[in-house]
Design a protein around this ligand. Structure first.
Ligand code: ZN
Length: 165
């Protein structure tokens, strides 16, 4: 082994109770990514799909509108850095009385890795079209029409469960 190629000190990682090991930085980022992937679950929700004019010169842009029915009260938020969409279940007792930023807390965007609480906006009031262009759509005027709806999968944003460590 050539000691000259070792970069940075090994990082200690607690894999589970009483079990830890030293891994290098590359292994650490892989471990961190796996951990984040496990934390951010996807959730399927029924959405109305509309093709709308969401900005000047942008027509037929696909807009997802979660159907509100029964106990479901799903709302969408977007990462303004990359456009990833997240579903928040407002009927979940975990999210009660919390703002979107509080729910996101220190969660990293699974797509672009920014701290989500700094880059969240309500969707479709804010739609990230590209790096320099944002659009907007007013969903208040749209009525629920089951027949045009589809099941779509989004990351579910929920408060981090600190007690589980
Ligand atoms: Zn992002």
């Amino acid at each position: 082994m050539n000691k000259g190629v070792i970069s940075g000190a090994p990082i200690r990682v607690d894999l589970s109770e009483g079990d830890s090991q030293f891994i290098n930085e590359q292994g650490y980022s892989r471990w961190l990514k796996n951990t984040l992937d496990m934390r951010m679950q996807k959730k399927e929700i029924r959405c109305l799909i509309k093709y709308e004019n969401v900005a000047q010169g942008i027509y037929n842009y696909k807009v997802f509108l979660p159907l509100k029915s029964g106990w479901n009260n799903n709302s969408l938020v977007t990462c303004t850095n990359c456009g990833e969409l997240f579903v928040i279940d407002s009927e979940n007792p975990e999210t009660e009385n919390l703002s979107v930023k509080q729910i996101a807390d220190s969660t990293l965007c699974p797509t672009c890795n920014v701290v989500l609480s700094m880059y969240l906006a309500h969707y479709p009031a804010t739609i990230r079209i590209s790096e320099n262009q944002f659009g907007s759509f007013n969903d208040k005027a749209v009525f629920n029409q089951e027949e045009e709806s589809e099941i779509v999968e989004f990351y579910e944003l929920r408060p981090s469960q600190k007690s589980l460590n």
